[in-house]
Design a protein around this ligand. Structure first.
Ligand SMILES: C[S@@+](CC[C@H](N)C(=O)[O-])C[C@H]1O[C@@H](n2cnc3c(N)ncnc32)[C@H](O)[C@@H]1O
Ligand code: SF4
Length: 338
C-alpha cells in the first residue's frame, strides 16, 4: 500500500493509466487530497467503484495530534504522531502577512549541533514527502485556515533528506494542490556544501537559510560538528554559488549565545566574512534547552551586535521571539514526550 500524499499529479496519472482508469481523474484526486480529507469516500465526484479501487492501492495517513500548545501571540505548537509511532513537531505562526508553518523533515537529526534539542536522540529516520505535506494538511484542518508560507526549520536537516524534500516542494507548489509559491518557502540548513550546490542547480526560487552561528571555523567547530567536514570558506563559496544561480538573497541564521559567539569582535569578523554576499543576517537570541547551559546575551549586547553588522553594511534584524511562553525551542516538545 502507498501513501497517496506522496504522489505528484504526473505519478498519479501514470498509476491510473497502469490500472486502466482515466488519466484525467488524477487532477481530481490530487485536489481532494489537498483539501485534507482522510477518507476516499469523501471524494464525492469519483465513482464508488474507483473509490473502492483506490482503497486497495492507497491509504491516507491521518496523523493524530498528540499535544497542542497555543501561545498568547497566536503561535501554536503541535506534536503529531506518525503511523509508526514516531512523534514530530510542527509550529503554526501567525504574522500580519499570513500564516506560516514550520515543518519537520526528519524524525530526529544526526548533525549533533550542541545547542539543539532535535539531535539529542540522534536521527530516527527521514520523513516522506507525504509526511511533510501531512503536517500542513493536519494544521489547516485543525485551525480551518490557509497556509501562506512554509519554513523547513523544524526537526531535521532538510538537505540530509534531499530527494523527499525536493519532491515535497514540487507537490506543495502545484497549482492544483495547496499552491504555495516557491518564494514563500524557506529551507534552512546547517551547511551541507555538496547539497547546497545541488539545490542551487535546480534554480528553485526558494529562500535558502544557512545556520551559521559563528564568524570563524574555531567557534563553529565547537558548536556544530558539520563544520569539521565543511569549513567556512567552502560554505560561503557555496552560498555565493547559490546566489549566482538563483539571484536569491541568502539568510544567515545566527543564534547568539552569551560568551560563545556574541562579542563585538565576533560581529566585526562576521561582517568581514559576509562582505560582498547578497544576504541578510537573522539574529536569534538562543533559546536555552534543558540539556545544555547556553544563555541568551542581554538586550544591550544583542543590539550592539546588530549595530556592528548594520554599520558595516550587512543587513541584519533581530528575530521576534514567537511562542516563547510555550517552550518553542525546536525539538523540546518532542524530547519531553519521548
Ligand atoms: C532546528 S533547525 C532545522 C533546520 C536545519 N537543520 C538547520 O540547522 O538549519 C532550524 C533552526 O533552529 C536553530 N536552532 C536550533 N536550536 C536552537 C536553539 N536552542 N535556540 C535557537 N535556535 C535554535 C538552528 O540553528 C536552525 O537555524
Ligand atoms: S540545528 Fe539543525 S542540523 Fe543542527 S542538530 Fe538541530 S536540526 Fe540538526
Amino acid at each position: 500500500m502507498n501513501e497517496i500524499r506522496d504522489f505528484s499529479i504526473l505519478e498519479l496519472e501514470n498509476f491510473l493509466e497502469g490500472i486502466n482508469e482515466k488519466k484525467f481523474r488524477a487532477k481530481q484526486i490530487f485536489k481532494w487530497i489537498h483539501t485534507g480529507i482522510t477518507d476516499f469516500d469523501e471524494m464525492t465526484d469519483l465513482s464508488k467503484n474507483l473509490r473502492q479501487r483506490l482503497k486497495t492501492y492507497f491509504y491516507i495517513e491521518n496523523m493524530s495530534i498528540e499535544t497542542k500548545a497555543a501561545s498568547k501571540d497566536g503561535t501554536v505548537k503541535y506534536l503529531l504522531k506518525l503511523l509508526d509511532g514516531n512523534l514530530i513537531e510542527c509550529v503554526l505562526m501567525r504574522y500580519e502577512y499570513g500564516n506560516s508553518i514550520c515543518l519537520s523533515t526528519q524524525a530526529g537529526c544526526s548533525m549533533g549541533c550542541s545547542f539543539c534539542a532535535s539531535t539529542i536522540g540522534g536521527k530516527v529516520r527521514n520523513l516522506t514527502a507525504g509526511e511533510m505535506l501531512g503536517q500542513i494538511l493536519t494544521i489547516m484542518k485543525d485551525q480551518n485556515i490557509k497556509i501562506n508560507n512554509i519554513v523547513l526549520m523544524g526537526t531535521g536537516e532538510p538537505l540530509d533528506n534531499f530527494e523527499n524534500v525536493i519532491k515535497f516542494l514540487n507537490i506543495v507548489n502545484d497549482p492544483n494542490g495547496i499552491n504555495i509559491g516557491m518564494r514563500h518557502i524557506t529551507l534552512s540548513t546547517c551547511g551541507l556544501v555538496p547539497e547546497i550546490k545541488r539545490l542551487a542547480e535546480l534554480k528553485l526560487q526558494i529562500t535558502l537559510a544557512i545556520s551559521l552561528h559563528a564568524p570563524n571555523d574555531d567557534i563553529r567547530k565547537n558548536i556544530m560538528p558539520v563544520a569539521k567536514k565543511y569549513g567556512l570558506d567552502e560554505l560561503l563559496d557555496a552560498c555565493r554559488y547559490y546566489t549566482e544561480m538563483t539571484n536569491r538573497r541568502i539568510t544567515f541564521e545566527y543564534a547568539l549565545m552569551q560568551g560563545i559567539n556574541d562579542s563585538v569582535e565576533n560581529a566585526y569578523e562576521l561582517a568581514r566574512r559576509l562582505d560582498g554576499i547578497l544576504c541578510h543576517v537573522n539574529l536569534i537570541p538562543i533559546n536555552p534547552i534543558m540539556e545544555r547551559e547556553y544563555e541568551k546575551p542581554n538586550k544591550f549586547r544583542i543590539e550592539q551586535f546588530k549595530d556592528v553588522l548594520t554599520s558595516s553594511g550587512i543587513n541584519a534584524t533581530i528575530r521576534r521571539e514567537l511562542g516563547s511562553d510555550i517552550d518553542a525551542a525546536c525539538g523540546q516538545l518532542r524530547r519531553r514526550h519521548m
